[in-house]
Every structure is written in C-alpha cells, then in structure tokens.
Design a protein around this ligand. Structure first.
Ligand code: HEC
Ligand code: HEC
Length: 216
C-alpha cells in the first residue's frame, strides 16, 4: 500500500508539474477541468491544513472534514462558489473560498479532482437502504456521481454525509435539488444512507502534502 501510495504521489507530482495535457483524460466532457492543476497544486497548499489530515474533525458540531481528493471537478468549483455566495454557511470555508478568485477555484479544483480521479466501477457494496433508490439516479449505484455536477459520495466520511443531509433538511445549506430531497428523510434514513454511501468504492481520498493522493 505504501509503495502504491508513493507511486500515486509521484504520478500526482508529475501531473502537477507537467500540467494535464496528454496525461489525464477527464471521465466525462462536462467534467473536463478548465483549471490549471499545476497552479492549483500551489494554491491548494493551505487546504491541506484541514483536508490533508486523515481523520481531522470540524470542532463544533463535530464531524469529519470532507474528503475532497478525486471529487468531481465541476462539483468542487460549484461548492467553492456556494461558500462564497453564502448558500453554504460554514464560516471557515466561507473565508477560505472567499480568498479564492473564480480562476483560483478552478485551478484548485482541477488539482484535487484530477490527481487521482474517482471513476465508477459500476459495482455497489452491500444492500442499499430503500431510501437510496432515488439517490442513485444522480449519485450512482456505487456513490460515484453520474456527471460532474453530482458529487461523489463513495468513501466520504459518514458523519459528514449525515451532517450535509441534515443541513439540507433544515435549509441551512441551500440547494434547489437537495433541499426537497432531504425534506422527507427521517434521522434513521439519513443515518442509513450516509453509512451506505460512505462504504462504497472506489472511494474519495484525503490529499496528503506535498502533492496529493494518499490516505483513503
Ligand atoms: C480550517 C480547516 C479548513 C481549511 C483550511 C479548508 N477547509 Fe475546506 N472544508 C472544511 C470543513 C470543516 C468543511 C465542511 C464544511 C461544511 O460542512 O459545509 C469543508 C468543506 C470543503 C468543501 C466541500 C466538500 C464537499 O464535499 O462538499 C470543499 C470543496 C473544500 N472544503 C475545499 C477547500 C479548499 C480548496 C481549501 C483550500 C483553499 C479548503 N477547503 C481549506 C475545512 C477546511
Ligand atoms: C436529481 C439529482 C439528485 C438526486 C436524485 C439526489 N441528489 Fe444529492 N446532490 C445532488 C446535487 C446536484 C448535489 C450538490 C448540491 C450542492 O451543491 O449543495 C447533491 C449533494 C448531495 C450531498 C452533499 C455532498 C457533499 O459532498 O457535500 C449529499 C450527502 C447527497 N446529495 C445525498 C443524496 C441522497 C442521500 C439522495 C437520495 C435521498 C440524493 N442525494 C438525491 C443531486 C441529487
């Protein structure tokens, strides 16, 4: 595993240094990074302070800092824009996103999305809770978002997914698709859905400095 991680980090370093041309083929046209991953690798350095520490938690309420490694490019750009716009209320992330221009966001997103992208292998792990039937239309049977706009949930921390669904349900996190999706979910549905998607594979990963992929 260590050796594999090293190989992967070297690949990430190569990508970061050499740019993406010819090395990484985006999974889908609508998720093609329009950002500069090499520049993103430098700008993204501050992000490791939280996103690069496996098992690091938000202080209050307590839940894991989400894994952003391998997440879809388009979703990462959009998430950063939502923090800037206030549709997502987390104060620290609003500050972080607020310090990035639109171009910076694209570059950082290109780096985290493309160093070791998570691509569907089409196999779901375990038995899906009944409530998952609607979710998989967008988030995929194995939790890998079917297009770049739909976040990958596979391998994400269960407590973060739970927190996100509760935030949609109470409207603290605003999104025209997810607010109605979460509105009818009970606490036990949310728990089961979060656990189901968290155990799917291939998983998102925790980027480790200096250049990316490392811990799942
Ligand atoms: C001080 C800790 C901290 C730092 C530094 C930080 N983040 Fe975050 N980030 C968080 C936390 C906590 C969340 C979850 C917030 C929430 O619940 O909305 C988060 C959420 C995110 C998300 C949303 C993930 C998802 O699945 O929706 C993205 C994207 C993100 N951060 C990117 C970045 C980038 C890029 C940087 C560097 C420019 C960065 N973060 C720096 C703590 C941090
Ligand atoms: C019609 C497509 C669609 C369906 C169906 C759907 N989602 Fe989503 N989901 C989205 C989109 C788009 C986002 C990103 C919204 C945003 O930017 O906040 C999202 C975001 C999420 C997130 C936050 C991910 C993160 O990293 O922060 C979770 C968790 C989630 N969905 C779970 C579910 C569950 C569970 C269901 C089924 C009950 C479901 N979704 C159904 C489209 C969908």
């Amino acid at each position: 595993m260590r050796l594999m991680n090293r190989t992967i980090s070297m690949l990430a370093a190569t990508l970061a240094l050499g740019g993406l041309a010819g090395l990484a083929t985006p999974a889908r046209a609508d998720d093609a990074p329009a950002g500069d991953a090499a520049r993103g690798a430098k700008l993204g350095y501050t992000c490791y302070g939280c996103h690069g520490i496996p098992d690091y938690r938000n202080a209050y309420p307590t839940y894991h800092v989400p894994k952003i490694g391998g997440q879809h490019y388009a979703y990462l750009v959009s998430a950063l824009g939502e923090y800037r716009a206030g549709a997502r209320p987390h104060p620290t992330m609003r500050g972080q996103a607020g310090s990035l221009s639109e171009q910076d966001s694209r570059d950082v997103a290109a780096f985290f999305a493309s160093a070791n992208p998570v691509k569907s292998e089409g196999k779901a792990v375990g038995k899906a809770p009944e409530a998952a039937a609607t979710c998989v239309a967008c988030h995929g049977n194995d939790g890998v978002g079917i297009t770049g706009d739909y976040p990958t949930l596979a391998g994400q921390h269960a407590d973060y997914l739970e927190q996100a669904l509760k935030a949609y349900r109470k409207g603290a996190r605003q999104n025209p698709i997810m607010n109605p999706m979460a509105a009818a979910l009970k606490d036990e549905d949310i728990r089961a859905l979060a656990e189901y998607f968290a155990q799917q594979s291939p998983p998102l990963w925790v980027p480790l400095p200096p250049h990316g992929p490392g811990a799942r």
